[in-house]
Design a protein around this ligand. Structure first.
Ligand SMILES: [Zn+2]
Length: 409
């Protein structure tokens, strides 16, 4: 077992220790007789920092605990160390302070949800950007979130002492601890936020709630085990609020509006966009209809041979119209028929649309399949309408020529 110096002093950023074991391999690590480095556990992520040994500064990139209770300090390179060497450890203090703010803030927040709404916390996650707790609850109203945030921040401004206590399981039960660990332990470490919360925890915590700084509650989300609440504390809360504000200012500038008018401006822009799309669709329909009439009128009549019904055959490649318009146009041509339309669009993905007036004797689906098989494209369809795509535009003319020859040999 490594002696955990952080258990009794969260603000110990430097310490001396002896090397107990050196782990070689793909992930070199060192085990010390004592450490102030916190290993990932209980929702709190690991510390990083440096270990000085014989003038060498080794970078600690991750810290984890093994099943025997030893703490492994993973290093960015294999160390030149032997058991017994004296080393000096330095914790990345800014990262540790941030973790203390998030973790102590979580205790305050979890206690607030219990006190106000009897919603226990079932899990805690500390991420790079934000933290979350999962509450055992069916739902959480916005007003409840606001109330919990108000209480938690009042506990911060109360600047209540936060103390570490050790107790047996029986003692902890008698004290009315909010959360007991699942694993059986003889001696429990309790975090006591005076007259507000007492909970078993192995994490690093602030000395008084004022050190947590602001607690900013963000979104909530329903998850399998209850309701997930996203939050950030301390300097992270300030940085997050500043980032959110900058986003809002940028959005407001795009509308030349005040930030409080952004939601209204967004709604108006959405409505205008919807109306414009509707108008555009209507105009495209009209354009397709006119173009179809034009194409049909200019097309030659087939067949000259006696058998089969007469129809007009239209084939055209559009480099400035997308597949959706070409599809619309093909349908309009068929409506204005009897006609067969073999159309292509090379604006965007190269696509083919084959369409005939119902009642004509061809099979567009089959025709397209044969055409695509030769050119290596994909697609399909039914008797009167089919569409597909080709890998590149150079294949369009040969493909259409091939299709044309089977309709009008
Ligand atoms: Zn904790």
């Amino acid at each position: 077992m490594t002696l955990r110096l952080y258990y009794t002093d969260s603000f110990l950023y430097e310490f001396d220790a002896g090397v107990r074991e050196v782990v070689s391999g793909a992930r070199p690590a060192v085990i010390l007789d004592q450490t102030a480095f916190y290993p990932t556990s209980g929702g709190q992520v690991f510390d990083t920092g440096w270990i000085d040994a014989n003038g060498d500064k080794l970078r600690v990139i991750e810290v984890a605990e093994d099943e025997q209770g030893s703490i492994l300090h993973y290093l960015d390179a294999a160390p030149n160390l032997a058991p017994g060497t004296r080393v000096h450890g330095t914790i990345d203090a800014a990262r540790r302070r941030d973790h203390m703010q998030q973790h102590s803030g979580q205790h305050v927040l979890s206690a607030a949800f219990v006190r106000l709404f009897a919603m226990p916390t079932v899990s805690f996650h500390m991420g790079e950007e934000c933290c979350t707790i999962d509450l055992q609850a069916r739902s959480l109203a916005p007003a409840q979130l606001e109330e919990a945030g108000r209480l938690a921040n009042r506990v911060v401004t109360d600047d209540r002492p936060v103390e570490v206590r050790f107790a047996s399981l029986e003692e902890a039960r008698a004290l009315g601890v909010r959360k007991l660990p699942e694993a059986q332990r003889d001696r429990l470490r309790l975090i006591d936020i005076r007259d507000f919360d007492l909970t078993a925890c192995g994490g690093t915590h602030v000395c008084s709630t004022g050190q947590i700084g602001p607690i900013l509650l963000r979104k909530t989300e329903n998850v399998r085990q209850g309701v997930r609440v996203e939050f950030v504390c301390g300097e992270r809360a300030i940085a997050t609020a500043q980032r959110d504000y900058a986003t809002l200012v940028e959005s407001a500038a795009a509308f030349s509006a005040h930030i409080s008018d952004v939601p209204q401006q967004v709604r108006r822009a959405q409505a205008e966009l919807k109306a414009a799309q509707k108008t555009q669709q209507k105009l495209l329909e009209e354009l397709a209809e006119l173009s179809a009439a034009h194409l049909v009128a200019a097309a030659l009549c087939h067949p000259e041979r006696s058998e089969g019904p007469a129809f007009r055959l239209i084939t055209k490649v559009f480099s400035d119209r997308d597949a959706a318009f070409v599809k619309l146009l093909a349908q309009k041509v068929a409506d204005a028929g009897p006609a067969v339309a073999l159309l292509a669009s090379t604006s965007g993905p190269v696509s083919l649309v084959f369409c005939q007036t119902p009642g004509l004797p061809f099979n567009m689906g089959e025709l397209l399949k044969q055409t695509l098989a030769a050119a290596g494209g994909r697609g399909g369809g039914a008797r009167d309408f089919a569409q597909g795509s080709l890998p590149d535009a150079t294949q369009v003319d040969p493909a259409l020529r091939q299709a044309l020859s089977s309709i009008a040999p």
